[in-house]
Design a protein around this ligand. Structure first.
Ligand code: BT5
Length: 265
């Protein structure tokens, strides 16, 4: 199974109306999110995808580095939803659910979602999502949803020491490589279905299903953000996408930004 992406195969059997009908591919790019934002600025229509075999400056939230070797699936989707800026975070859940469903359906693996933007396998991060937007006042001009899935590489070889125990890849979990083009098609189809569900029926059905995959709910967690560190019981994720925590003193706190880690019981 070649690690490289066969460009001509990225639309093989793709049964979508809008998403992924227009695909731009590069062997190497700084970041597909940066590329997609540029394309969107020039008027690229909803559903356009920018995908690269490797990223030289892949990014996570807060400008953190996202390691993107050849063999991963690194792509960004341009959306033009009718949402207020504060609502676009919900698209991160749409994407997280799409990845969780496709990975569990395609590979029969146990997959978890973790607030707000991770997908895990065996407690280790296999996918991260970066949702960015361009606004004019209260008007959202476009949203770029960047999705990175660790697929055909061994994290022991590809990642720095600090990530070897907290990240994983499909190759590590399955003991074999997967067909990146087939995975991409599956993801784009699922993204379209769930985006449509979200557009027609609102956030609730997506959120409820996302919560079915959420392993951290009901557990003691630590939430770290640039401004604070909180500990408490993860009670829920609410209709705004906020994490609802019960702190040790019993107060309820809604958290909008942060990284969750499970606390040793
Ligand atoms: C994310 O940020 O998880 C969002 C990642 C989004 C990546 C996609 S790839 C396509 C598109 N183009 C981009 O430039 N980005 C998007 P965050 O929750 O902030 O997590 C970042 C942290 O995850 C880093 O600080 C590392 O600790 C860890 N990390 C870095 N690379 C990783 C990888 N490949 N797999 C698992 N963990 C990683």
């Amino acid at each position: 199974m070649p690690a490289k992406i066969k460009v001509g195969r990225l639309q093989d059997g793709l049964r979508t109306k809008r998403l992924g009908r227009s695909i731009l591919f590069s062997r190497e790019i700084n970041s597909t999110n940066e590329w997609a934002k540029e394309l969107a600025m020039y008027g690229a229509r909803e559903g356009t995808v920018a995908i690269a075999e490797t990223q030289t400056r892949g990014r996570g939230r807060l400008d953190r580095e996202w390691i993107s070797p050849t063999g991963g699936l690194w792509f960004s989707l341009i959306l033009r939803p009718k949402l207020r800026p504060t609502e676009t975070v919900k698209l991160t859940f749409v994407a997280g659910l799409a990845v969780a469903k496709v990975l569990s359906e395609m590979f029969s693996l146990k997959v978890e979602t973790k607030w707000p933007n991770d997908v895990l396998m065996n407690g280790r991060k296999i996918c991260g999502i970066l949702t960015e937007m361009n606004t004019t006042g209260e008007n959202v001009n476009f949203v770029v949803v960047g999705i990175g899935v660790n697929a055909n590489f061994d994290v022991e070889k590809a990642f720095p020491e600090s990530l070897k125990k907290v990240a994983t890849s499909l190759e590590n979990e399955l003991g074999r490589k997967v067909r990146l083009e087939g995975l991409f098609v599956g993801l784009v189809e699922m993204l379209e279905n769930l985006y449509e569900l979200f557009t027609k029926e609102g956030f609730n059905p997506v959120l409820e299903e996302w919560k079915d995959y959420a392993g951290f709910l009901g557990h003691q967690v630590e939430v770290t953000s640039p401004t604070q560190k909180l500990s408490g019981l993860a009670l829920d994720v609410d209709h705004d996408g906020a994490l609802v925590l019960r702190l040790e003193d019993g107060t309820i706190r809604r958290v909008f930004v942060g990284d969750v880690s499970l606390r040793a019981q």
